[in-house]
Design a protein around this ligand. Structure first.
Ligand code: ZN
Length: 180
């Protein structure tokens, strides 16, 4: 894989899957439907500028212990339609898809290695849920030395107070840039 000479920013699209986005989905996050246009714009710009577009996707075994451990309903089971990226934001050739099984895109995945191979030093985060997978991925990224920007109109929360708190914590505690 080519190492880039210039510092490079990758776009991450986290958990924009049918099981989080569609009406009536098992882990429906209604606000995800509002952020689709912004994420679409981010994806188009990144592809046009040759920046890596990386989808981070929950992909659970049918009896994954995450469900009982944290009390989540079954969701994003590998091989099901629910685990697929929503139609509006489908990965294209050249994009990267990385499966995860918990809140952080870095935990037990090849994300860090993939970013290093691409010469990436900065991340733009989009997707859901702001105080869960966005925040835990941001934390792991910051601790690994990446510069992190969260696109405020490109991330969706559940309760407004959790969404706001997560943005505040990422900004004030992790040094994440919150881009309006
Ligand atoms: Zn999950």
């Amino acid at each position: 894989m080519t190492k880039y000479q210039q510092p490079k920013e990758a776009l991450l699209i986290i958990d924009m899957l049918n099981d989080f986005v569609l009406e009536g989905a098992p882990l429906e996050v209604p606000d995800t439907r509002k952020v689709i246009p912004d994420i679409k714009g981010e994806i188009e710009r990144a592809r046009a500028e040759g920046r890596p577009v990386i989808y981070i996707c929950d992909a659970h075994e049918i009896d994954d212990k995450e469900f009982s451990k944290f009390g989540w309903p079954s969701h994003a089971v590998k091989g099901t339609r629910g685990a697929e990226v929503v139609d509006e934001l489908k990965p294209e050739e050249g994009d990267i898809v990385i499966e995860k099984t918990t809140y952080s895109g870095f935990y037990n995945t090849k994300l860090d290695e993939t970013l290093k191979n691409l010469g990436v030093d900065s991340l733009r985060l989009t997707g859901c849920v702001t105080h869960i997978c966005i925040m835990f991925t941001a934390s792991d990224a910051v601790l690994r030395g990446y510069k992190v920007t969260v696109i405020e109109d490109g991330v969706a929360g559940l309760a407004e107070e959790d969404h706001k708190a997560a943005l505040r914590i990422m900004k004030n505690v992790m040094g994440v840039k919150i881009e309006a």
